[in-house]
Design a protein around this ligand. Sequence first.
Ligand code: SAH
Length: 248
Amino acid sequence: MDIPRIFNVTESAHRIHNPFTPEKFATLGAALRLEAGTRVLDLGSGSGEMLCTWARDYGVIGTGIDMSPLFTAQAKLRAEELGVADRVKFIHGDAAGYVSDEKVGVAACVGATWIGGGVVGTIELLARSLHPGGILLIGEPYWRQLPPTEDVARGCDAGKISDFLLLPELLASFGRLGYDVVEMVLANQDSWDRYEAAQWLTMRRWLEANPDDEFAKEVRAKLTSAPERYAAYTREYLGWGVFALMTR
Ligand code: SAH
């Protein structure tokens, strides 16, 4: 079981597979006022940076599930490296439908809401693992400004304009689902650069190491077009944030 190979190439050197920096994850952890011993569930945990650093800095106990064998292996290594392997567990698998045996204080899906079939389904899924009074975390894109055309939306790697909302609308949508938004930390253009521009050097190095790979043509085409496309579309139009929710 694996994710499409392109991500395992372009994001192989990323610790954070989102337009977030280590500082922003630290800010989020501090904003949530995490207490030592709090259980955190993370669906689509990637290379485990959020859980590992929160275990180190705030003493949380975490479980992450991710479909990429590569990212899951990196997460386990990171836990060893930060000395938190006794507090965080990473499972390779499909997180769709995953409900934890023991209820958690924080249930997160940070940049992978397709796992629950969209934001609404993912909130319902996470809620099934949550203690009463616990916090849900949803990492999701929003439009910084509405794309003028569907072509511009596709330039941002969105399927269509209606896939995402403007920030006030996204926040209001959580309210309509019966949740208070109790905190949020947003990406900015600099943190987007760390996610997007970091892929370019990874692709370049991968091409040098794998010139005869059947995938090389696709990676070459992506590297050639990515900088201009990113600057014209994603960087201008797409926002991203992690939203902390509590039931009303
Ligand atoms: N939350 C992490 C990773 C976000 S990227 C971070 O912030 O760094 C999205 C992640 O979802 C990838 O790691 C990908 O491997 C994972 N993923 C995609 N589909 C999945 C599924 N069905 N179940 C579990 N993980 C999935």
